[in-house]
Each structure stands twice: as C-alpha cells, then as structure tokens.
Ligand binder design. Sequence first.
Ligand SMILES: [Zn+2]
Length: 473
Amino acid sequence: MKKFMDDNFLLTNETAAHLYNTYAKDMPIIDYHCHLNPQEIYENKQFKTLTNVWLDGDHYKWRLMRANGIEEEQITGSASDYEKFLAWAKTVPMTIGNPLYHWTHLELKRFFDIDEILNEHTAPFIWEKANEKLRSGKFGARDLITRSNVKVICTTDDPTDSLEYHMKLRDLQEFETQVLPSFRPDKGLEINQEGFKNWIAKLQDCSHHFIHTYDDLLKALESRARFFHSMGGRLSDHALNKMVYTKTSKEEVSEIFLKALKGEGVSTEEESKYKSYTLIFLGNLYNELGWAMQFHLHALRNNNTKMFHQLGPDTGYDSMYDGQVAEPLVQLLDQMDVQNSLPKTILYSLNPKDNYVLASIIGSFQGDGIPGKLQLGTAWWFNDQREGMLEQMKALSNVGLFSRFIGMLTDSRSFLSYTRHEYFRRLVCSLIGTWVEEGEVPNDQQLLEQIVKGICYENAKDYFSFPAYILQK
Ligand SMILES: [Zn+2]
C-alpha cells in the first residue's frame, strides 16, 4: 500500500518521480488566467482565520458542504468563522474521490506545514496552528504568491476597469511577481442582458469617446484594449456559454446595436449577429496586438432560481452545458482566418465531451509558424481533477501536439490555489513517465526535459508575447 499523499503522490512509477523531481518541481509559475483581486494583492491582504482564506467565496467547497447536508447558515450564513470551518472539517472525510480532498491536504501541507488529516477531531488543532501562521504577518496575499514561485499573474478585468491597482503593482519594487490585466468584454457582448446600456455608458465615461453608434462602440473598445496593452495585458477572455455564429454585415449590426441602445428587444438571431461581428472585430484587434484570445465555452449558469435570489451568481449553482459547438466555432474562427486576423487562441470547454472536438478543430487552424498557435486549454473547473486533466492531455496528444501545450492555470479566486500547479505537474510527469516505462517513448532525457519544462513553464513563456521587462523584474 502506498502512503497517503507522500512525496510520490500521483507519481505512478520511477520515471514519473524522476521527471517531476528533476525537471518539473522547481519551475516557476505563469498563472495566465485567474480571478485574483489586484487590490488585495497590492494591499497584501491579511487573513485573520483559515475560514477567511479558505472558505469565504469558495463555491467549490460550498457545493460539497450542501451535498453533505450542512445547513446554509453554516456555509454562507451568519455562523461564526469557527463554526463554518468546523462544518467544512466534518465534510472533508466525506469528500474522498473528489479533488477537494487532495487540494485541502495539499494546501495544509504546502502553506501551513500541517500533515494531519482534516476531520472533526483534528479541526481544533489545525484551526489553531493555521491561524497562528496567518497572524504571523508573513501570510499576506503577496507572501502566499511569492512563496509559490509565481512569475506572472494575469487577472481577469472588465474593459471599463481603471487598472489602478495594476499600475500600483507595476511600480511596487519589493514584489517580484508581475500582475497583468486580461481584457474580458463579456458585458459589451451580452446585448440582451439587463445592464447592457449601463455598461455602454460606463465604457463611454472611461474611454472618453461618445458612444452613439456601433462605430463609436468599436472605437471605444479598441481604445480600452490598447490601454490594457500599454499596461502589459496580452490576453483577452470571453465567456461564451452557448457558441453562436451568424453571417452578417456591419450595416445590419449597427441597426441591431441602435435598437438595443433604445431599449428595444433584440431577437436571438440579432444577438448572434451582433456577437459574431463584434468578436471578429475584436479577434482582428487581438491579432494586431499579438494577444492570445481565450474562449470559455459551455457553462450553464445560475441554475437554481431560488438560491440565485438569495445569494447571487458564483455561489455554486452552475453546471456544464451540453450544446453543439463545432459548426459555429469553426465558422467564427474561419472568418477571422479568411481575413488573416485569427489571433493565437485558447479554447476551454466545461463539457469534457468537447475535448476531442476542440482538439481536432484547433488542428484545422494551426499555422503562421507559431508553435501551438491554437491551444486546447487545460481542464477547466469541474474537469480540474485527475481524470479530467488526463483526459484533456490524452485528447490533445492523440490528435495534436501535447509537447506544445502551454499548461496549467488556476482560474481561481484563492491565494492558496497554486498547489494545483503542483497537482498538474505530477500528472504530466506521470503520463509521460508511464509512456517511457511502457516502452512507448524512448528514455531520452534531453527530450523529456525539454517537454516537461515546456509544459510546466517554457511554452507559456514563449507563447504569450509578454513585454521584455516582464520576465526580468
Ligand atoms: Zn475564469
């Protein structure tokens, strides 16, 4: 029997352990997509208790606590920090088989030097020991990042964001990690959502461009993208829950935009036309700027109306969507490609049924002499677990180039999530190590070193056109 989560955790054979310890373990991290708050990073936010750093806002844990029969009062309600922690501690033993069982213990080990298994009985000791460390003054947000050897963090930001804290962070000498913005203009694309007009007004204010026409909108979006670029931003991100594409013209989309501004209803087809044209415009711009464009596909959000009214979005009531993706996605990418303006693109789907579909689609648009110009994004959210990651990597290796994969990101709101890069790296080494042990791949250390270091760090470093100063600071 293997020991629980020892040094060889997830490393299934000797070659895997060698690859991990020799090449993967000490590589720095480029966390190119996450939801950390730049203000909290700048202010080196301090956490009073383990609940603050671990449970506040963590809807992954909330879902499991609900499934375990814990009352909402002890999850998001007014129970004390300790009661909430204890409710989680009681739940943890029930989470075996779920990645949170591993994440929990990995985070306790790596950040707090706690090797005990968390349960109701060990909870008081772990609470005291972790809180003591948190209060030591060495466990602020920035300290946790530095401890994790993170070179670059790309946050996710609305185009109307002033990027005030990115600016302050850029000038902060004592903090070596670069925190760059990513451009996420979802609110400008969701023409049928409540709040669209207000968002346009906000964009007008921050871009100092009057927005009366669709042309004005495109100019304002472009000026904000260029501002993000000047702040070191090299990525955009789009949440496309349902992939749509409809061929249209600028005249038609201009009319649709004016209808929406007047508060008149926009049909589903018109919405699709508006999104298609605007995405192609943005793709063109991203390509000119040398950015990578990310699509996050197939999330079905706010499924529970009752709980949405009580708690709002991002509280643990989302799921996978099972719609069709291939045809509209290909048409959209092809339109960009026909105009010679297809940017570097990373595709993530929340539904693992799309792994092979997306892996094969990216192969249709590779080119321009860029290694892995189109990427199958790493296993996302519900797929961010052992099987999900292995399935994503196997799909990519079977129909594309695993060796050019830009690897892991946390997509997290938590400063303790960096251990997920370790989890990922162990799986990468395990997969390759097994191929070597089975005689399917030669034991060529030079090649293996290049591939392992590539997937852990070097590929992402080469792929994103970060300004030269970024990796030097
Ligand atoms: Zn995200």
